[in-house]
Design a protein around this ligand. Structure first.
Ligand code: T1G
Ligand code: NAD
Length: 708
């Protein structure tokens, strides 16, 4: 027997245990071990039934994603995947019960569905998350799942890729029984119960496949939903096509359709990008000079100073994670405003079905409003979110330094200010760190964790770990102006306004980036965040502007007219009472007039140039950040842009996208812009070096992590 699959006998019931930590992926050796076990089962007359179970924390979490790069299209087309093994299991003369705990995902659920019965621990989850990797189920999942769970549920699970709880899996017939307590004992008992019963084969079931009339509206709705929620992604639509084939073709024919669609997806750039994102979200948690076993500080209580746009959302994040949080404001009216917006946000979440009213009531009890620092002396962590001014922040950190207990983490939510200078207001800079949440803080997944020069490793390790508990993706960044995300966003926004001043329309700029896959166009984002936020920062840093360097002016001019965006009903767009954006020709006329006054010639600008100017501005600044060491790896920048700036995940992030296009092509284009638009487009030395050496940004991060 292979080491990865053990076989023991429990009084005429065989138990196969898969042991391939951490997630029992179907790595080489596992399918072979299962096949061997099934052969033994069939041969051993003493055995009446079998149970297949996962060792450790989970059932099988799918195919081994690390192996995908080694798969050839020939191999896939020859169907040399798992399907033959699954048919062998299904055709076994003796019943095989699949015992599921943790997660049965992807190939794991496909394996389970090839079994004759499935039992599950009540907190288990099943799912076909392949679309999140830019592929579709490739081992007959799109053919067996509709036969078990019905067409509507199967198409939802395969097209959206979200996990399903065990109780729901029972309701839909994916599992046959929930087991409380000892899963293995329950599964063996179940196997004894059914041992004498006929051995059902999922692939022979057609009773749940519905009729063409019944299914047509299901597939139409699923396609519309996929085009809306997974805009630009091919896998979801392919998954729907495959499930539809299950309702129209015999099993084997349906499997051929699935295989063709699976192959198209697997060898697509989208899938490569999404697999990069999958491993990237796990890699960003690893800090080269902070080992996994670094001690962390328990964070069981917290406090937030400032209950404005960010402070209120941050308090909700801690409460949602079950951590009691004090929320301090400067005065009662501000506190009341902060609490009102928290209650409004929670009410919306209940309306949208994200939370139950009971959950919200419990969470609201964890948020304790206050106008003083009473109670701050015992909290484990404080997050400051007051106005963006250095003097005020240093005053607050001075207060916290006097009041908070030794070892408490003092964090600032500043979006642009120097964390070391804020820390200098305390006698414990080793406890000071930046925790840069993104608006709305209770929704956006990204958390930039800003390392100050004195920040302690245990403080960093604690915040990285805590970010996962808070439901965030924590990415460690260096302490430079705008850190990583906003520092790159500055040239991105700059180019969008330059393009307006050179003749492009607001709609043309926004629709070009929207079609590229950005969640929103840059100008619509400006209106959402408030054009005055950037305007105030530009005014604060006017003294740092280099003479002779072109500065965008149209945004400032709009703010001088009081057009701050959604909050004033007009910015780059006009907004109706439901905050819907309406193109405003007056803006175009104003910009034309200002451009003429500035002597900027007008010209036709292609969609391609608009995208290149904005995306390559991100890449160029990202490369500078990498070589300056303010980001650990190129993938960290990608994860920041996917989770904080609405960059399309199926493009992998700005750095991965540049690697996909080819750095030589990107570098040449930037050199073109440098010739046309001057110093602002000076290519980053790293980009030049890697382009000339025919290398990738993702190569750089390898070196970087090796040296840190
Ligand atoms: N293959 C290879 N490595 C995997 C893996 C997988 N399927 N799943 C996890 N890992 C690694 C991960 O990179 C990390 O490594 C470690 O395991 C722990 O993971 C034929 C083709 C199961 C819910 O999409 O969703 O089947 O960073 O940190 O938070 O149709 O992992 O420690 O070095 O995420 O407890 C479909 C992917 C595959 C599920 C556990 N399956 N995994 O979460 O741990 S495609 C998936 C997850 C497929 C078939 C097709 C989660 C998890 P390292 P972790 P976790
Ligand atoms: P805001 O103006 O909405 O809220 C700031 C709050 O701080 C106000 O309610 C004010 O009353 C309160 N405050 C001021 N002094 C105080 C004191 N001494 N004690 C207690 N409360 C006090 O600002 P915001 O947008 O929430 O920004 C807060 C911080 O978060 C800033 O540093 C900002 O740069 C940063 N940030 C903002 C965003 C965003 O999109 N708004 C995103 C990320 C980070």
């Amino acid at each position: 027997m292979s080491d990865l699959v053990q076989l023991i006998k429990d009084n005429r019931v065989a138990v196969f245990t898969i042991n391939n930590p951490p997630v029992n992926a179907l790595s080489p050796g596992v399918p072979e071990g299962i096949a061997e076990a099934v052969e033994q089962l069939d041969k051993d007359e003493a055995i009446i039934a079998a149970v297949l179970i996962g060792g450790g924390k989970t059932f099988v979490a799918g195919a081994d994603i690390k192996e995908f790069g080694k798969v050839t299209s020939g191999k896939v087309n020859r169907g040399e995947g798992f399907k033959p093994l699954l048919l062998r299991i299904e055709d076994c003369r003796k019943p095989i019960v699949m015992a599921i705990h943790g997660t049965a995902f992807g190939g794991g659920l496909e394996l389970a569905m090839a079994g004759h019965y499935r039992v599950a621990a009540s907190n288990a989850q099943v799912g076909q998350p392949e679309v999140k990797l830019g592929i579709i189920p490739g081992a007959a999942g799109t053919q067996r799942l509709p036969r078990l769970a019905g067409v509507a549920k199967a198409v939802e699970m395969c097209a959206e890729g979200n996990p399903v709880k065990a109780s729901e899996a029972l309701k839909y017939g994916i599992v046959d029984r929930l087991i409380e307590g000892d899963l293995l004992a329950g599964a063996v008992a179940f196997a004894r119960e059914i041992a004498a019963m006929p051995v059902p084969k999922t692939r022979e079931r057609n009773d749940r496949l519905g009729t063409a009339e019944q299914n047509a509206p299901i597939f139409a709705a699923a396609r519309a939903n996929a085009r809306k929620k997974q805009r630009g992604m091919m896998a979801a639509l392919a998954a729907i096509d495959a499930v539809e084939a299950a309702t129209q073709l015999p099993f084997d024919e349906g499997c051929k359709v699935e295989q063709r669609l699976f192959t198209d997806c697997l060898f697509s750039d989208q899938s490569k990008a999404l697999i990069h994102v999958f491993f990237g979200e796990r890699e960003v948690a690893k800090i080269p000079d902070i080992p996994k076993e670094t001690l962390t500080i328990p964070v069981n209580t917290a406090a937030v100073v400032g209950a404005g746009t960010m402070g209120g959302g941050i308090a909700m994040v801690f409460a949602n994670a079950g951590i009691p949080v004090l929320l301090k404001e400067a005065d009662q009216p501000a506190l009341d405003r902060g609490l009102a917006s928290i209650q409004k946000n929670y009410a919306n979440s209940v309306k949208r079905g994200r939370f139950t009213q009971q959950f919200v009531d419990e969470r609201l009890k964890l948020i304790q409003p206050t106008l003083s620092y009473d109670g701050f002396s015992s909290v484990d962590m404080v997050i400051e979110a007051v106005f963006e001014g250095m003097a005020l922040k240093k005053q607050v950190f001075g207060d916290l330094d006097r009041i908070c207990k030794p070892g408490a983490i003092l964090a600032s939510n500043t979006s642009t200010l120097n964390v070391d200078e804020i820390a200098s207001a305390t006698a414990r800079p080793q406890s000071v760190i930046g925790t840069h949440f993104f608006s709305p803080a209770n929704v956006m997944r990204l958390l930039e964790i800003v390392r100050g020069k004195a920040t302690g490793k245990e403080v960093i390790a604690t915040c990285m770990q805590l970010s996962k508990k808070l439901g965030k993706v924590g990415v460690l960044v260096g302490n430079c102006r705008g850190f990583v995300g906003n520092r790159m966003f500055h040239p991105y926004v700059r180019e969008s306004v330059f393009l307006l001043e050179e003749g492009a329309s607001v709609e043309a700029v926004d629709s070009a980036l929207y079609e590229f896959g950005m969640a929103m166009g840059p100008l619509a984002v400006g209106d959402l965040a408030g054009l005055d936020v950037g305007w105030r920062i530009r005014k604060e840093y006017r003294h740092l502007e280099q003479p002779g360097i072109r500065q965008a002016f149209a945004g400032d001019r709009l703010c001088e007219l009081g057009r701050y965006g959604q909050k004033t009903g007009a910015g780059w767009y006009k907004y109706d009472e439901n905050r819907r954006a309406i193109p405003d020709p007056e803006v175009g006329e104003l910009v034309r007039k200002w451009a003429a006054e500035a002597g900027i010639p007008q010209r036709q600008i292609s969609k391609e140039e608009i995208v290149d100017r904005l995306i390559y501005a991100l890449v160029n600044e990202g490369a500078r950040i990498l070589e300056e060491g303010f980001a650990l790896r190129a993938v960290d920048i990608d994860i920041i842009y996917l989770n904080g700036y609405g960059f399309p995940s199926y493009r992998g992030g700005p750095m991965w996208y540049a690697d996909t296009i080819g750095l030589k092509k990107v570098y040449d284009r930037i050199c073109e812009f440098h010739d046309q638009h001057g110093e602002l487009w000076e290519p980053a030395p790293l980009l030049k070096k890697l382009a000339e050496e025919g290398r990738r940004l993702s190569d750089f991060n390898k070196e970087q992590s090796a040296t840190a």
